[in-house]
Design a binder for this molecule. Structure first.
Ligand code: PLP
Length: 453
């Protein structure tokens, strides 16, 4: 017997705040009834009414191989028969740390010398910030407007009235005193960063930056931007924390850092970029991972320079712990996913992303909807109302966001599940085959017409 999504939503709202366990799932920015999913396989998800959709959310990133890949499921089943959680060290955790260290390399440099496993991306960035503060003995953090790093207090801060002024809490419950230790700057420009360091350089523990931002739609960094951030931070004794929770192991085998330092983007560096032409162009002090590293299970990590990482307890004075950190089932899923994510998988992801994003753009163009397509590796998103690619959060906010809800619902009616917000990236998987792509393409003209009206 199937139950309607509407009935499920009503029931959920009686027991769960807003009916959801993470706000975007409530469809607030597109309206309508969230689909209650009961199963997923390959490129498809199925809701509680038995309706199947081509999925372009991919669990917000982890499902690069498609849902329920048989080898990942087998690894999880096998691990489960040996125990669900030990709360003790396991050989597989070291296997994963070694795998990550070996995989992330450019010019013989392995930036992830040591790795600590946690359960969510939020924990990874929260711990990285604590570590940066502990190592430098400084309290102030720089983040960029529109970048999302999870929901710890220091990171739920938004820009105050002027550059470099105290940030304000971005959520009720965040103490003003905590938000005031975060400086929120506009993205993709360096002058503001340089000015703040000139004024307060000896107070700043770290810059945290999304490797390629994808939580305000996709807004790739200008060539050389991340390398310049590393240089500025290091010149003042601060650390650079690169957040690859979303991009890590998704945009390429060594994440965005790999693309910029050993991959296609290295060739695009302008001559004036720091270390332009050398490989690697920059080495982050700390990197955070999540999503793909757990293959769909709750697993995340922070890693980086051994001399920094060794400040974590029990070696150092910076505390971090977790009952489920390095959970054996999550680690089995992560290792199997990373081992399966070979060059063919990344080639498939890149090709599918290009095909789908080009098809969407063509449909919007045919319907007369002005838009821009932003791409960062195989991540992509669209901005409505102008063909000028946004460079920062203010640009993204200036778009005709109202065009997305009708587009989204027309796609859903056509059997395609998109992220329920215009501020999110779209996620393909290596399992999106011709049939799945055909279904997406078939739904596009109607959706583009809906966006036009
Ligand atoms: N950092 C980035 C770049 C993210 O995209 C996210 C989640 O979307 C996080 C951190 C937080 O990860 P989690 O949702 O696992 O806490």
């Amino acid at each position: 017997m199937t139950t309607s999504n509407a009935e499920q939503f009503e029931r959920a709202q009686r027991s769960i705040p807003g009916g959801v366990n993470s706000p975007v799932r409530a469809f607030r920015s597109v309206g309508g009834t969230p689909r209650f999913l009961v199963s997923a396989r390959g490129p498809y998800v199925t809701d509680s009414e038995g309706v199947e959709y081509v999925d372009l959310v991919s669990s917000w990133g982890p499902a690069i191989l498609g849902h329920a890949h048989p080898e990942v499921v087998a690894a999880v089943q096998d691990a489960a028969t040996r125990g669900l959680s030990f709360g003790a060290t396991t050989p597989a955790e070291t296997d994963l740390a070694e795998l990550v260290r070996e995989r992330i390399v450019a010019g013989g440099v392995h930036p992830i010398e040591k790795l600590r496993l946690v359960s969510t991306g939020t924990e990874a960035t929260m711990t990285a910030i604590r570590l940066a503060r502990g190592v430098t003995g400084r309290d102030v953090l720089i983040k960029f407007a529109g970048h999302y790093h999870g929901h710890s207090d220091s990171l739920l801060a938004e820009a105050g009235s002027g550059l470099a002024t105290l940030a304000l809490p971005a959520s009720a419950g965040v103490p003003a005193a905590t938000a005031a230790l975060t400086i929120v700057l506009p993205y993709n420009e360096l002058d503001a960063v340089r000015r703040v360091f000139a004024d307060r350089g000896d107070e700043i523990a770290a810059i945290i930056v999304e490797a390629a931002p994808a939580n305000m739609g996709v807004v790739p960094p200008r060539p050389g931007y991340n390398a310049a951030l590393a240089d500025i931070a290091h010149a003042h004794g601060a650390l650079l924390i690169v957040d690859e929770v979303l991009t890590g192991f998704r945009v390429g085998p060594a994440g965005w850092w790999g693309l910029e330092n050993a991959g296609p983007l290295a060739a695009e560096l302008p001559e004036e970029a720091p270390h332009g032409g050398t490989v690697p162009g920059y080495v982050p002090d700390l990197v955070t991972f999540g999503k793909v590293i757990g293959g769909g299970m709750p697993l995340a990590a922070l890693g980086g320079r051994a001399d920094v990482m060794d400040h974590l307890a029990p070696l150092g004075l910076v505390y971090q712990a977790g009952t489920l950190s390095g959970n054996p089932i999550a680690v089995a899923a992560g290792i199997t996913t990373l081992r399966l994510a070979d060059a063919d998988v990344y080639a498939a992801l890149d090709a599918t992303a290009l095909t789908v994003s080009t098809a969407v753009s063509s449909a919007l163009e045919a319907a007369g909807v002005a838009h821009s397509v932003q791409r960062a590796g195989n991540l992509f998103s669209f901005t409505f109302g102008s063909s000028r690619a946004p460079q920062n959060y203010a640009d993204v906010q200036a778009q005709q966001a109202y065009r997305y809800a009708p587009f989204f619902h027309a796609m859903l009616d056509g059997g395609v599940s998109l992220p329920p917000s215009v501020y999110e990236a779209w996620f393909v998987s290596a399992a999106h085959d011709e049939a799945a792509i055909e279904r997406i393409v078939a739904a596009l003209p109607g959706a583009a017409a809906a966006a036009a009206s």
